[in-house]
Design a protein around this ligand. Structure first.
Ligand SMILES: Nc1nc2c(c(=O)[nH]1)N[C@@H](CN(C=O)c1ccc(C(=O)N[C@@H](CCC(=O)O)C(=O)O)cc1)CN2
Length: 296
């Protein structure tokens, strides 16, 4: 069997067009409607600069006013919090996103919580996270990568309820929220993490109908670890040396793609899988926040 490729690039392009159409319709109906996001970047990490550029470009494409607020890597926590507080109070700003990771002298927890709950388009504040983990609560925003993964699974009509699901990784950005969201959708979810033994990893993964891998390790999932017909969602972003590339490196996921595609029913590529979905979900969360603010 060769797996069906879940094309995140194509799915995100289609969704971006829908968002663009919705914004232009809203602007026609309400000429004062101007959705706006402020993206906060601290320091000059090249990967963060790439992601921020991608987000701002997508905003521009659909008619969202995207502003970059850049701070020197040596910025103090107080300066950042004061600025976030001003943005929280600025009624022209509907969404605030702090690009992660932050330099080590900054407390990520403190900063993500300093973003007003209603403007938290990343969904990383404690109020949003708590709503994800509470059984009957409906979160205002779902973090962009987990939201993108759920959208892809629904787009491909993958049944979650009643399935064995394994999530590899337990980060706040991906593993933590996606495991709870998949469990809320009726999956029986096991989390594989850094304290899981190789034997446990093999046992749980090889019995899984759906695997989401977000650990950041090349070849973390190999064909012998997965079940015939499984659905594999690869969230890994790992750069490996490649002398055939001008940059000298190439992006790969956590999954041995060539091996696993022969055994899986569906698989996401890296690049072109989950990554583009993360970007489009920023737009989706922002537009929802803006509509709430305008009362539409
Ligand atoms: N505040 C946040 N910080 C971070 C998040 C996040 O959701 N919010 N997630 C990641 C990084 N990230 C978005 O910020 C992100 C990662 C990857 C991609 C993407 O489209 N990747 C492409 C390849 C891009 C390349 O060539 O380098 C792909 O997979 O096709 C987009 C966004 C950590 N920080």
């Amino acid at each position: 069997m060769t797996a069906h490729l879940i094309n995140g690039k194509a799915i995100s392009t289609e969704l971006r067009q829908n968002i663009k159409d919705e914004i232009s319709q809203l602007k026609k109906e309400h000429p004062d409607f101007q959705p706006k996001i402020v993206i906060v970047q601290v320091g000059e990490r090249p990967d963060s600069s790439t992601y921020v550029r991608m987000k701002l470009k997508s905003c521009k494409e659909v008619g969202i006013d995207g502003t970059l607020l850049k701070f020197d890597a040596a910025v103090t926590q107080k300066e950042l919090i004061d600025r976030l507080s001003e943005l929280n109070d600025d009624s022209s700003v509907h969404g605030i996103l702090v690009q992660l990771p932050l330099p080590s002298h900054i407390d990520e927890e403190l900063i993500t919580n300093a973003v007003k709950h209603t403007k938290d388009v990343d969904g990383f504040s404690e109020l949003n996270m708590a709503a994800i983990f509470k059984r009957s609560a409906v979160p205002l925003q779902i973090p962009c990568t987990p939201k993108g993964i759920l959208y892809m699974l629904d787009h491909e009509k993958v049944q979650i309820s009643g399935k064995n699901v394994v999530v590899c990784g337990r980060s706040d950005i991906v593993g933590g929220p996606i495991s709870k969201l998949l469990e809320k959708r009726g999956g029986t979810v096991t989390i594989v993490h850094s304290k899981t033994t190789p034997e446990q990893k093999h046992f749980y993964c090889s019995n899984a109908d759906i695997i989401v891998s977000a650990v950041g390790k090349v070849n973390f999932l190999e064909p012998q670890d997965i079940k015939e017909g499984a659905v594999i969602i690869d969230v890994g972003t790992n750069y490996i040396p490649d002398s055939t590339k001008k940059s000298g490196h190439r992006l790969v996921g956590d999954v041995d793609f060539d091996g696993c595609k022969e055994k899986a029913a569906m698989i996401t590529p890296v690049p072109g899988g989950v990554g583009p979905m993360t970007v489009v979900m920023v737009l989706h969360n922002l537009i929802e926040a803006a509509k709430r603010e305008y009362g539409y």
